[in-house]
Design a protein around this ligand. Structure first.
Ligand code: ATP
Length: 933
């Protein structure tokens, strides 16, 4: 179809979803129209796609291809949610009853606290949501489109109705499309229909009434291409797609919740109910003692308010959100929040080799043909370099080792190996800045570069023998083949194959000699040469070719088996990543096992494993091939898997079995993956990790975490951050619970003894609200402890608080109760007023909390061993809290509101003396009792 300037006569027709909303059933939907009518309707071109100007025009008209921002319930709903909390009910009831008792000031203070609490909760929720939302933009998807007849990669948001999108296995469908071409296309539509089996697509025109799940000629946004390829015209984008419709129906976002947050929320609720019951009993007991109902009510409220750990849920949310942000900064984007918890318990990481342990920057370094060995110079993807007769000896034609040669003149097999490797190839190289950039598979790019250095005339060959067919490379097939027909007579076809040595050898019956003739294959010699190359850590691919008279056959029906001629081996270097060895060592120190799972040859894998610090020896059981795995009896499988470190030539199905086996041994397993077929293993793994750069959309969709740099070091960083999240949560609990317990106990004892309350409900509210925000939350910013990665992983399901930490919480509570009680009685006895004595007690609580906060920065090391300014937020919090305490003690307004009164220097000395004493006891406890994590 010729290119034309497209000017829609009228606004483009609405999408099926849009139309449904308009209740206009007379307008035919795209699945009910033949392709040419869809093309006419959308004013596009099924071969060349849209023109650039037209794309711009349509973008203005239709907007970007993004789902509308999710409704998070609006500000009012979000604020409303903050009130839905047992503590708020208690406070509101307290405010109402206090007002009835005529204590309007107290009632006002309580209401103000509820309000402040609500605003803080709201801000935290909004910030946590924003942090998670921001992550989505880090993992952007791209789509291949035809525009002005040229294939282009564009961000998926840039698609407009009428765009012609090209898709292949592994892609995520970026908009709703009407298919115009396809080949063996299968799509996982579970995101839309819930049906998990992939469905086959075709192009038939369907009846208008066909339900979405049966529209075989359409592709829907958000679904995943699991096999084949196809092209389709965009019929709906953004909110107009079927996915957009579902999105709209679902309405609000999932709350920021994980198993841990849910568990803690449940814990808080149970605790609240128990405390309320206790408060009620205390109230009745007081009345039975003959106390005033008004006073008793105040005491019961103080008990409830003091003992409920209201800051806990917020602290969990904030700590998780900070952890997720830190991970994103270290290039691990969390897709599912609960994984942050799982990461801290990970016991084994199963990682790909290529691109994760290595750079995925391939350079062909050595060549082998049946007649000789050659070295190849140059680095990266630059074209500079020569082919030299190998210094390892055994070159054809007896060249001087190290002498530059021209393959064409010396060794025909070498020439055809280079040419075949470049013709059976989809990569491209282009100059960029000072260097060269490879597009496509780095393995193929390396072969393209090698062909250039060897003077292979690939362009001329392809001009005279254009590609007529191909079998694309897949991890299962392990080779790629292309078919080229000679022009103009088309009398002869050439088939090139390149791939894993064992696979290519299965196809070969001959090898090529240096004159281009065929001779019987010396399989053993080829394997020996390949092993020698692999033992040096090089990735080895074999090349082969077949020439046939043309008979119209296609690649799938030409019998290749045993008929091909081996031309040579190409061995490429892929440098280990610089940080890989240190990260592996860090994981091993942290008790996290590391296993390499690769599609590459076992010898190459073992050598690379050694380079990054993984012990594995070929033939020792510590390195197993896929074939060996299959031969292991079921009863011994899990054992063998647990022992081995390297798994080579492993298929995606075997990855799934590996994960199963590890989990059956109680492991919490992380697994990396990039291909379509890795999705089941990624889902099965406790932590599924997809490659952000090289991974398919299918893999990313199945993963819990996406690495934006594909680097193993990032996985280690994520584990570390996961552990830190747990540490910080534990620290918060160990810090906050003693205050709650002590406040509750002080009041309970006062009620039981019929004594004056040492602290009033509004004062307790002051302590809890201000210290939780100014002090406690700052623990979430605590940097990692040095020993973080030298401890064993946390056992899953283990409670946050060990026995040792629980004892510490009880100890600090006891110190607080005793200190506050003594101080209050002492002040009253030495002539201070009750208001002054209470002010001293309140200040004592806060002073102990501040001192104890520094102790809680580490659960095992003494406070003075920590870097004093390691957490600036904490220092800032202490300053703010101190200012607050001074205001509470000395300003008339606060004195009035909180029933406090100025106190003298001697009172402060007693406060600090007691706080210091408490800290010393905690320090001694830390020193002599192992609390563990
Ligand atoms: P990893 O699983 O660690 O990423 P890998 O990249 O070696 O390792 P695969 O991509 O499954 O794993 O490759 C398996 C084998 O297939 C390789 O060892 C190589 O011999 C061969 N191979 C890789 N890429 C190609 C390609 N583009 N064309 C032909 N053969 C290839």
């Amino acid at each position: 179809m010729p290119a034309r300037e497209i000017r829609p006569r009228s606004p483009l027709p609405p999408s099926p979803a849009g139309r449904r909303r308009q209740n206009d059933s007379s307008d035919p939907a795209h699945h009910g129209l033949p392709v040419h009518e869809v093309v006419l309707l959308l004013e596009t071109d099924a071969a060349r796609g849209l023109g650039h100007d037209e794309v711009e025009r349509r973008r203005v008209q239709f907007g970007t291809n993004e789902l509308p921002r999710r409704h998070t319930g609006g500000i009012a709903r979000k604020l409303g949610r903050q009130f839905n909390n047992p503590l708020v009910y208690v406070l509101l009831a307290a405010a109402v009853i206090t007002a009835f008792l005529g204590e309007f000031l107290d009632s006002g203070v309580i209401l103000a606290v509820v309000l402040v609490n609500t605003v803080i909760g709201f801000i935290q929720e909004v910030r946590a949501e924003a942090a998670l939302d921001a992550l989505h933009s880090l993992v952007r998807t791209h789509a291949a489109v035809m525009r002005d007849g040229e294939r282009k990669q564009v961000p998926s948001e840039d698609l407009v109705p009428g765009d012609l999108v090209l898709l292949q296995a592994g892609d995520k469908v970026p908009a709703d499309l009407r298919l115009v071409r396809l080949s063996a296309l299968r799509v996982d539509e579970s995101a839309l229909t819930g049906e998990s089996d992939p469905v086959s697509k075709d192009q038939v025109v369907l009846p208008q009434v066909t339900p979405v799940a049966d529209r075989r000629n359409m592709l829907y946004s958000g679904t995943l291409v699991t096999a084949g390829s196809g092209a389709g015209i965009v019929v709906a984008i953004g909110g107009e797609t079927e996915l957009g419709e579902i999105h709209r129906l679902m309405g609000s976002v999932r709350p920021v919740a994980t198993p841990l947050t849910l568990k803690l929320a449940r814990f808080s609720t149970t605790l609240t109910v128990a405390i309320l019951a206790l408060a009620a009993v205390a109230f009745l007991a007081g009345l039975a003692h003959g106390e005033q109902p008004g006073q008793m009510f105040t005491a019961a409220v103080a008990l409830a308010v003091g003992a409920i750990p209201e800051g806990l849920p917020a602290a969990v949310t904030v700590t998780l959100a900070i952890g997720v942000r830190r991970m994103a900064r270290r290039r691990a984007v969390v897709r599912r929040l609960p994984v942050v918890e799982t990461l801290g318990s990970t016991t084994v990481i199963c990682s790909d080799k290529t691109g994760t342990f290595t750079e995925n920057q391939m350079t062909v370094r050595a060549l082998w043909t049946p007649s000789g060995r050659y070295d190849i110079t140059g680095s990266g993807y630059g074209p500079d370099g020569h082919i030299l007769a190998s210094t390892a000896g055994g070159t054809a034609g007896g060249q001087e080792p190290g002498a530059a040669i021209r393959p064409k003149d010396r060794d025909a097999a070498l020439y055809w190996s280079l040419l075949g490797g470049a013709a059976c190839n989809d990569a491209s190289i282009r100059p960029e800045g000072p260097g060269w950039l490879a597009r496509g598979d780095p393995t193929e790019a390396a072969m393209l570069v090698a062909a250039g250095k060897g003077g292979a005339r690939v362009r001329d060959f392809l001009a005279a023998n254009p590609r007529q067919g191909e079998l694309p490379f897949t991890s299962e097939r392990q080779f790629m083949a292309t078919l080229h027909a000679s022009t103009p007579t088309r009398g002869e076809v050439t088939v090139f194959v390149k791939g894993a040595v064992e696979r290519v050898l299965e196809l070969c019956g001959h090898e090529m000699d240096s004159d281009g003739g065929n001779r019987p294959l010396r399989r053993h010699a080829v394997l020996t040469a390949a092993h020698a190359l692999a033992d040096t850590g090089l990735r080895v691919l074999a090349t082969a070719m077949l020439r046939l008279p043309a008979d119209g056959g296609t690649l799938s029906n030409i019998e290749l088996h045993g008929r091909m001629t081996l031309t040579g081996l190409q061995a490429m270097h892929d440098p280990p990543r610089s940080a890989a060895a240190a990260s592996v060592a860090a994981c091993l120190r942290a008790g996290v096992g590391v296993k390499m799972i690769t599609g590459d040859h076992v010898r190459t894998a073992v050598t690379v494993a050694a380079a990054v610090g993984l012990d594995a020896y070929h033939g020792s059981g510590s390195a197993l091939t896929g074939a060996q795995l299959d031969a292991i009896p079921a009863g011994e499988f899990a054992n063998a898997v647990e022992r081995a470190t390297v798994f080579a030539r492993v298929s995606p199905e075997q990855k799934l079995r590996l994960i199963d086996a590890l989990q059956s041994r109680g492991h919490v397993a992380a697994m990396t993956g990039d291909g379509v077929n890795d999705a089941p293993a990624l889902r099965q793994a406790n932590v599924g990790i997809a490659m952000g750069r090289t991974g398919t959309e299918v893999a990313k969709e199945a993963a819990d975490i996406v690495l934006t740099d594909d680097d193993f070091a990032t996985i280690e960083a994520a584990v570390e951050e996961g552990r830190n999240v747990f540490d910080n949560l534990t620290k918060f609990m160990v810090w906050t619970l003693p205050t709650n317990m002590a406040e509750g106990l002080v009041i309970l004892v006062a009620i039981l003894l019929g004594a004056t309350l040492p602290i009033l409900p509004t004062q307790i509210l002051w302590i809890n609200m201000t210290t939780a925000v100014a002090l406690g939350l700052m623990l979430a910013f605590e940097p990692k402890e040095p020993g973080l990665m030298s401890r064993p992983p946390r056992a899953p399901g283990r409670p946050l608080l060990t026995l040792g930490l629980t004892v510490r919480i009880l100890l600090v509570s006891a110190l607080l109760v005793a200190g506050a009680w003594w101080l209050f009685e002492h002040e009253v006895a030495t002539g201070a007023g009750v208001a002054q004595a209470r002010t001293s007690a309140v200040n004592l609580f806060v002073a102990v909390e501040v001192f104890y906060l520094f102790s809680c920065r580490s659960l095992s090391r003494p406070a003075w061993r920590l870097r004093p300014f390691g957490n600036r937020w904490l220092i800032l919090g202490v300053v703010v809290q101190a200012a607050g305490q001074l205001a509470l003690t000395y300003t008339p307004l606060m004195n009035e509101l909180f029933h406090t009164a100025p106190i003298g220097t001697d009172a402060w000395l007693r406060i600090f003396g007691l706080a210091l004493l408490a800290s010393l006891v905690v320090a001694v406890d830390k020193r002599f009792r192992r609390t563990g994590f």
